[in-house]
Ligand binder design. Structure first.
Ligand SMILES: [Zn+2]
Length: 190
């Protein structure tokens, strides 16, 4: 995980720094999200794409309800489209988020090797896209940069949903004002 380069534009930079500092996120007391995440896991093992889509929609709805935001659309795709038109989207390897349409897309297979995305990666991608959504609709960020705070919040939501202990993330500074996770140190401290 690598953070984005800090923007030059002063207004965007202010939001970038705010996002970077925002390392904690409120989490539900109940285990509703982890039960819904388990349904996604089961659906990925035995179900059709429609069943996975339904399980994801329930997870997205419960998350939006908890954060009291409008729920985004969610589309589960079998394979990543070969030609992904960016169009202002936040694009990752296994998913994307289109702020204009408030639409999350996640895919169950990678385009090139047709490998099935593991449940952990799939859920982590879904949480990542939900954090993009919250950046826009809850915090009103004009952009949703990948900052250390962004990744901390994503990890917190993911570990809550997965029912695993959250790790403290350690970061290494890399050129260009960016940071990447120091995995050996992060894993040692777990
Ligand atoms: Zn992203």
């Amino acid at each position: 995980m690598l953070t984005d380069r800090p923007p030059r534009n002063a207004a965007l930079l202010a939001q970038f720094l705010e996002s970077d500092r925002l390392a904690v996120i409120e989490l539900p007391q109940q285990d509703r999200l982890s039960r819904l995440a388990q349904s996604i896991d089961l659906a990925m093992k035995d179900g059709t794409k429609a069943v996975v889509q339904q399980a994801c929609a329930e997870f997205v709805e419960a998350t939006s309800e908890f954060y009291q935001v409008r729920k985004p659309g969610i589309r589960v795709l079998a394979a990543r489209p070969l030609r992904v038109r960016d169009g202002g989207r936040a694009t990752e390897l296994f998913g994307d988020y289109a702020p204009e349409e408030m639409l999350i897309r996640v895919w169950m297979r990678t385009a090139v090797r047709k490998q099935v995305t593991s449940f952990g990666t799939f859920l982590s991608t879904l949480c990542h896209e939900l954090i993009h959504h919250l950046d826009y609709v809850q915090f009103g960020f004009g952009d949703s940069p990948h900052t250390r705070g962004f990744y901390e919040r994503t990890a917190a939501l993911y570990h809550h949903a997965r029912g695993t202990a959250a790790k403290r993330l350690f970061w290494l500074r890399v050129p260009g004002g960016r940071w990447r996770i120091d995995w050996p140190r992060t894993n040692r401290s777990a």
